[in-house]
Design a protein around this ligand. Structure first.
Ligand SMILES: Nc1ncnc2c1ncn2[C@@H]1O[C@H](COP(=O)(O)OP(=O)(O)OP(=O)(O)O)[C@@H](O)[C@H]1O
Ligand SMILES: [Mg+2]
Length: 431
């Protein structure tokens, strides 16, 4: 991960409109991980990450920034909802599970990398096994078999879709949860329990994937994978705590809910402050993990958090409310924009949508107005508007007609919302 802050922001810009401050803050935090990694060990141990808290109204891109960030960084990353730990019946509040989940992610990343490294090495072995399996399956169907020909055809990728029977490892390992960290019994007795195999039908292509994994597993040194995974979780891991405002009670509040929320904050505190968590791959230190918290904070304030926890989130960024201009851009600019999504979906049923510029203006205007008159749900409003705008077309498109061009212009939008618009105008007068 050595993207510059600017590159990170550019990448986020492809999906998220505005919110420059938040983008810059996460970009700097990420880059600082890289900067720290190039320092001497002594200095490195002194520098802990500056955790970030993002505050902003609902539907303005907080979670979206986290999601995009996750795809961007090759680092172990997980996102959890803080409310998970306050759920009724959630006894014992296993907040350490967030660290264990992060390590799982790290193990998967490292394992994938190592697999890629050794894939070429195991290919001859895999091809040989595949050839045998194809020959066996053909013989079972009373076919005459020439192993050399099969092998050649296999190498020429002619047999990828052929159905064969392959005996594969039973991978489902029993998992036992004894209050604390879950322990996979399969792992404890790895090598002790006889590995069970059973025959399954599949294509040659699928069989190749499975055999490759099996053969790679044999030569990859598990201990070094786990050690590297733990190192990465410790040094590069990012934990995104969403909905953190939901675990904050009213200042001085004393009802049961507030008490339990404060309890969750106290439980989370040691993890954010730095502590050691036992996982099935070994102990993991949380001191250098980066934590990004986010919440709408419209009922509670950041200052209502227990002070110790507040102190561990020195960087605070506020996300802005979205304006009509933002909405218009969100409709078309992001790589996964709403209008693009609907266009693609309807193209399947032979409808080609064309949005005129004044239609986009109208939709953005409506979104802004509705957010003002009813509840402000940010960019999510665009989804609800688009859904009802295209309801008629979505229902009637069948694909059983030649490609139809449908122009969505201002008039179309206005007509589609004639009824609702009246209702909205009325709500203005209802006190
Ligand atoms: N600035 C933005 N640019 C592009 N799309 C956005 C933006 N803000 C929100 N969206 C879109 O709106 C939807 C909701 O956004 P998101 O989940 O990020 O909201 P949030 O800020 O996390 O809100 P909440 O506080 O309710 O969790 C997503 O589909 C997202 O793509
Ligand atoms: Mg969110």
């Amino acid at each position: 991960m050595n993207m510059t802050p600017k590159q990170i922001v550019d990448e986020l810009d492809k999906y998220i409109i505005g919110q420059e401050k938040a983008k810059r803050a996460v970009a700097i935090a990420l880059r600082n991980r890289y900067r720290r990694s190039s320092l001497s060990k002594e200095l490195r141990d002194e520098i802990t990450p500056k955790n970030i808290i993002m505050k902003g109204p609902t539907g303005v891109g907080k979670t979206e920034i986290a999601r995009r960030l996750a795809k961007l960084v090759g680092a172990p990353f997980i996102k959890i909802e803080a409310t998970k730990y306050t759920e009724v019946g959630y006894v014992g509040r296993d907040v350490e599970s967030m660290v264990r989940d992060l390590v799982e992610v790290a193990v998967r990343i490292v394992k994938d990398e190592k697999t890629h490294e050794v894939e070429a090495k195991v290919k001859p072995e895999v091809d040989a096994k595949l050839t045998d399996a194809i020959c066996d399956s053909r013989r079972a169907r009373d076919m005459v078999v020439d192993k050399t020909v099969v092998h050649q055809d296999l190498l020429a990728s002619k047999l990828e879709n052929e159905q064969i029977e392959l005996s594969v490892l039973d991978n489902a390992k029993p998992i036992m949860a004894i209050g604390g960290p879950e322990i996979s019994i399969g792992n404890m007795f790895d090598g002790l329990l006889p590995q069970r195999r059973h025959k399954r039908k599949m294509t040659v292509a699928r069989a190749r994937e499975l055999l490759t994994m099996e053969e790679c597993d044999k030569i990859i040194d598990k201990d070094s994978v786990y050690a590297e995974a733990i190192r990465r979780a410790e040094e590069e891991g990012i934990i995104f705590i969403d909905e953190i405002d939901k675990i904050i009670g009213k200042a001085g509040g004393s009802n049961n809910n507030d008490v339990s929320r404060e309890g969750v904050q106290r439980d989370i505190l040691p993890i954010v402050e730095g502590s050691t968590v036992a996982t099935k791959y070994g102990n993991v230190k949380t001191d250098f993990m980066l934590f990004i918290a986010s919440g709408a904070f419209h009922i509670s304030k950041i200052e209502d958090m227990i002070p110790e926890l507040q102190g561990r989130f020195p960087i605070r960024v506020e996300l802005d409310s979205l304006t009509k201009e933002d909405f218009k851009r969100i409709l078309t600019e992001p790589k996964n924009s709403v209008t693009m999504q609907y266009s693609r979906l309807l193209e399947v049923d032979n409808i080609k949508l064309n949005f005129t510029d004044d239609a986009l203006d109208e939709i953005a205007e409506m979104a802004a107005a509705e957010n003002e008159t009813s509840e402000n749900i940010g960019a999510r409003r665009l989804h609800t508007i688009m859904e009802s705008l295209l309801e008629d077309i979505s229902f009637n498109a069948t694909g059983e007609h030649p490609m139809l061009d449908v122009k969505i212009d201002k008039l179309y939008v206005q007509n589609a919302f004639k009824e609702t618009k009246k209702k909205f105008d009325l709500t203005k007068y209802i006190l």
